[in-house]
Design a protein. Structure first.
Length: 487
């Protein structure tokens, strides 16, 4: 009898040991998938320099190239779940497995969030949508892991639910999970955009808790290699955030408010940036020094550089909301981040259409000026859609942005039945249309037969404008480059 019990215990003990190691092995599999995924990312842009083919048949390629979050999330999760099934699996094993899966994916998520991206051919902006969805997936997987244990404990008569949940190591997991719930709630779009700084603080705190507390909670342990890997990645985040910082004061600030414009022009000392930087580059600025805790907790502010590198000053065009530049204050330049514009392809193509909305002009204008200088034979057209005529009046009176006949402005406030007025007071061969743009009729030049996969459209501004521009371009197989101002 005793012998029979002993052999039963031995069997259970052996099976527990097997399950233990099965989950450890599963963690290595997910790590391998993450590394393979990073290699795939590298190969995509190493061997295909630009996304220059968006034919319908190539939709898959186009989405792959532009890091479509759902496609890329599938590339990560489907292989991760391939080895999820375990022949003698039970609720406990699968719940633990999910916990391990979520923690291993944190390393990949930390890697994708690096600013600037360490992957050649990518900017950190390319990964923002995927980073958001991967974070959500990680939290949902962790929640299912917790739910699995709650169900197991409540069904198992041999264990006390209260004792299990109040066990300090389990409690740590519950605390991280509750904070993750809060993050999911705050990251809902209307809340996130309204309280962006709060969202960012909670995001950083939850990240920190997830990385540091879960190694105490997880059994079998995750310290080696995942926690150490995450520490290395967090160190990279810290180094990248301080390595190129520079303190500065603004050179001048010109408010458009006196002229009823919402725009503000800020000029910064030229020596903040290297002698050469490509058009479309943006900087990130913080009002705090790097020793101030808020430098690490709240987001820095990204702003496109509206001037070209040949200019004597760095010009920013802002539509300020909460954060405002003051003449007397000192600011910290975190770093500068070139856009991923395919400049070679753009310089050699025949037609480029740049469409920007509101303060998106700060991105469109330097690209427009650059392309006009690079290839005088090319047709480059800049369309600026802005709310008020005063925005245009203010900007063109202030900043020598080399406006020319290839620029058109659409003023959308106080629309007077499609009136087209000449801006005679600026002595420019330029049209100001007091109406919404009609993509089909206003862009005839870009609908003809000579439009092909070598033509480009660059758009920057609110999401709605970018999606209309994308639809227009997709119908005609025109290449598109999009710059989002809301992350
Ligand atoms: C690559 C890039 C380039 C940009 N260039 C310009 C530019 O040239 N001119 C310009 O006027 N604006 C630009 N923006 C937008 C600008 O950075 C934000 O509007 C600004 O940081 C808002 O700061 P705030 O504290 O005043 O915002 P809040 O009043 O807190 O929020 C206003 C809006 O800005 C968003 N926001 C807040 N902080 C950030 C942040 N750190 N990153 C992204 N979005 C944020 C919020 O979601 C909200 O929708 C750019 C954004 C990006 C991503």
């Amino acid at each position: 009898m005793t012998q029979a019990i002993d052999s039963k215990h031995l069997l259970l003990w052996k099976r527990h040991g097997e399950e233990h190691f099965a989950n450890v092995k599963y963690g290595y599999w997910v790590l391998l998938v993450s590394i393979a995924y990073i290699c795939v990312l590298f190969v995509i842009r190493r061997f295909r320099k630009i996304n220059n083919n968006i034919h319908k048949s190539d939709l898959f390629w186009s989405q792959l190239y532009s890091v479509n979050p759902f496609l890329h999330l599938s590339l990560i999760l489907v292989p991760s779940f391939l080895l999820f099934y375990y022949p003698h699996g039970n609720l406990s094993l699968y719940s633990k497995r999910l916990g391990r899966l979520s923690y291993v994916l944190v390393s990949l998520n930390l890697f994708l969030g690096l600013k600037p991206s360490l992957l050649q051919g990518y900017t950190y902006n390319d990964f923002v949508p995927l980073h958001k969805w991967l974070s959500r997936a990680i939290i949902i997987i962790a929640m299912i892991h917790a739910l699995g244990f709650l169900v197991k404990w409540s069904m198992d008569e041999q264990v006390s639910f209260v004792a299990k949940i109040s066990n300090i190591w389990n409690l740590l997991g519950v605390i991280v999970l509750l904070s993750a719930f809060l993050l999911i709630f705050i990251s809902i779009k209307p809340i996130r955009t309204r309280y962006y700084a709060l969202f960012y603080i909670v995001h950083n705190i939850v990240d920190f808790l997830l990385v540091t507390v879960i190694p105490l909670h997880a059994r079998p342990g995750v310290t080696m290699p995942y926690f150490l890997l995450n520490l290395v990645l967090i160190s990279c985040h810290i180094i990248l955030r301080i390595k190129n910082t520079k303190q500065f004061k603004i050179s001048s600030r010109i408010d458009g408010i006196s002229q009823s414009s919402n725009l503000t022009v800020i000029k910064l000392p030229r020596n903040l940036l290297p002698s050469n930087f490509p058009p479309g580059t943006h900087i990130r600025v913080s009002p705090y020094t790097k020793y101030h805790p808020l430098y690490w907790l709240v987001p820095s502010h990204p702003y496109s550089i509206a001037s070209l590198s040949e200019g004597d000053e760095i010009i920013l065009i802002l539509n300020e909301s909460t954060f405002k530049f003051e003449d007397t204050e000192t600011y910290l330049l975190q770093d500068y981040f070139p856009a991923n514009l395919p400049l070679e392809s753009l310089s050699n193509c025949e037609k480029t259409l740049i469409v920007c909305g509101g303060s998106g002009i700060s991105f469109g204008m330097p690209v427009f000026n650059f392309l006009q200088k690079m290839n005088s034979k090319q047709i480059v057209r800049l369309i600026w859609i802005t709310k008020r005529f005063e925005d245009f009046k203010f900007l063109s009176s202030l900043v020598n942005l080399e406006l020319g006949k290839d620029m058109e402005v659409y003023v959308t406030e106080n629309i007077k039945d499609g009136l087209v007025s000449h801006a005679e007071d600026f002595e420019m061969d330029l049209l100001v249309n007091n109406r919404r743009i009609n993509w089909e009729t206003d862009l005839l030049e870009f609908t003809g037969e000579d439009i092909n996969e070598k033509s480009w459209m660059i758009c920057c501004g609110p999401e709605g404008l970018i999606s209309d521009a994308q639809k227009f371009a997709s119908k005609r197989n025109i290449n598109v480059y999009k710059e989002f101002y809301n992350l």
